[in-house]
Design a protein around this ligand. Structure first.
Ligand SMILES: C[S@@+](CC[C@H](N)C(=O)[O-])C[C@H]1O[C@@H](n2cnc3c(N)ncnc32)[C@H](O)[C@@H]1O
Length: 320
């Protein structure tokens, strides 16, 4: 099992980890290799964002804010449940603070939850809120397959995970493919007088991801990319797909205001794209920095079930 339990529900453990976090509220880590910046602050604070971006424009923004849904049936401080109206206000605050940092051509991605046991909130409220932001044009509404979402009697998950894609201006979009082979045959078209089977004309033997991503696995402790302690980690493959299809144009940067386990940061590092990211909680900012440091020294994408804070002796924690 994982060496570190979920940090959001264990305040005692968090108190012991905090002295090992290099950033305090308002501070920013500058990557010694000059590529990234990681801060601890509130996504709704424009002054902090100004310091984080330090004159850089955002070309690809990939945000995954708390969903307003208790994860694993445990309400948490970081993922505390608000009313739908309060959640809209929280979202409006960080949108107002951050969208002015977008470049003239930019990609904007937003992960959102939808609670199937509660009128699918907050997804519809936030889709309607986003119509107020005239610079953003809606482009795609992507769903990630949830293997426990339908078709089981017990142990099913009432949470949906949706990805909204908007653009500002006209950023370039690059076509990407999955690893799933094309198997559907039997479609024909006559081109230049010759009857061709569709596969003859395709650029790849694999299918495109479309808007239902079936080839992504929710992260769990057996996967190398797992970050113990992080309760809301997204698959690295999802961030990599987004950055491959929508790289930041020109000199602009990747941004993620809700870093958590540092998935966007690591995907940017793998693609050698500059990334500015942050979290309100110093523990997650530290985890994000440690994640790319580990990747740089070992090529590993996470800790699987090992402890990202080896300086904390878990045995003595268990005795407390
Ligand atoms: C759903 S998680 C992000 C998961 C991330 N995409 C990953 O793959 O690890 C949301 C994160 O937002 C952080 N957060 C909550 N409120 C915030 C705020 N006002 N400003 C910045 N970060 C915040 C939480 O501490 C949490 O780590």
């Amino acid at each position: 099992m994982e060496k570190l339990p979920r940090l959001d529900t264990d305040n005692e453990l968090k108190k012991r980890i905090l002295p090992h976090c290099r950033l305090k509220e308002g501070e920013i880590w500058q990557d010694p290799e000059g590529l990234h910046r990681v801060g601890v602050g509130d996504a709704g604070n424009p002054d902090f964002l100004d310091r984080l971006f330090k004159g850089r424009r955002i070309g690809t923004m990939l945000n995954d804010p708390p969903y307003n849904i208790a994860v694993g049936r445990r309400p948490t401080a970081a993922l505390s449940r608000k009313s739908a109206d309060e959640y809209v206000e929280f979202t409006r605050r960080w949108l107002d603070a951050s969208l002015s940092f977008l470049d003239k051509d930019a990609h904007f991605y937003l992960w959102l939850g939808a609670d199937q046991n509660d009128g699918f909130q907050p997804l519809p409220e936030i889709m309607i809120l986003l119509r107020e932001y005239g610079d953003l044009r809606s482009r795609s509404f992507i769903s990630m397959r949830n293997q426990r979402g339908y078709g089981t009697q017990q142990n099913w998950m009432s949470l949906r995970q949706e990805l909204l894609y908007y653009v500002k201006g006209k950023p370039e979009f690059k076509v990407v493919y999955t690893d799933i082979p094309k198997i559907l045959k039997g479609y024909y078209k006559t081109v230049g007088g010759r009857r061709q089977e569709n596969l003859e004309r395709s650029r790849s033997d694999c299918i495109r991801p479309g808007n239902i991503w079936v080839d992504m696995q929710q992260v769990f402790y057996r996967m190398e990319e797992n970050v113990p302690g992080a309760y809301a980690q997204k698959p690295l493959a999802s961030a990599e797909r987004i950055l491959t299809a929508s790289p930041p144009p020109g000199n602009s940067v990747v941004a993620d205001l809700f870093s958590h386990s540092g998935t966007t940061l690591l995907a940017a590092e793998k693609a050698q794209l500059p990334c500015c990211t942050m979290d309100i909680d110093p523990v997650y900012a530290e985890l994000s920095i440690r994640r790319i440091e580990r990747f740089r020294s070992t090529a590993k994408t996470g800790w699987q079930w090992e402890n990202p804070f080896p300086e904390i002796d878990m045995e003595s924690t268990e005795r407390l």
